[in-house]
Design a protein around this ligand. Structure first.
Ligand SMILES: [Zn+2]
Length: 163
């Protein structure tokens, strides 16, 4: 026995009579197109200073005490850290990425900061970061293939292991 429940969805008044297979028209407003900024207070060489912070910055500028000149002001987004297992059951941070900007330096545009252990941070443009992401994804695909290959080998050597 099967039960059928019918649902009726009423289109919004503005879409009444519109072809349901056609895309719904929309437009972005200027506020939606431009990411929000905020102004925050900080100390520059001990002098209270108001700076403009991009929407992606998570830095607590009010707590900074080492800003000696306006060129020292930088913005930083939240970190994404890849940890890898190490011998002995531990973990190690292998890759740390985030958005960074030093707005008052000569090259003041935001960039993707990439840091691996023992190395200084490197700065990547959007295109370079995207290309590197493709490499990381390809590496992950290869790792997954190795895991499947190992699982098949384990199953051949011990057919009961997979249960
Ligand atoms: Zn900031």
């Amino acid at each position: 026995m099967s039960m059928t429940v019918e649902h009726t969805v009423n289109p919004s008044p503005s879409l009444a009579g519109a072809d349901p297979d056609q895309p719904v028209p929309f437009a972005l407003t200027a506020a939606a197109e431009k990411p929000a900024e905020r102004t925050v207070a900080t100390l520059v060489a001990g002098v209270p200073t108001v700076i403009t912070c991009p929407s992606w910055c998570v830095k607590n500028h009010a707590a900074e005490t080492d800003v000696m000149c306006i060129e020292d002001v930088s913005h930083a987004g939240s970190e994404t850290v890849l940890t890898v297992p190490t011998f002995g059951g531990g973990t190690e941070e292998a890759l740390d990425v985030r958005l960074v900007q030093w707005p008052h330096c000569q090259r003041g545009r935001p960039y993707v900061s990439l840091r691996s252990p023992g190395e200084d941070c490197t700065d990547l443009t959007a295109a370079a970061a995207s290309a590197f992401a493709d490499q990381v994804i390809a590496h992950g695909v290869a790792l997954r293939q190795l895991a499947r290959q190992l699982a098949a080998v384990e199953l051949l050597e011990d057919p009961g292991a997979g249960r």
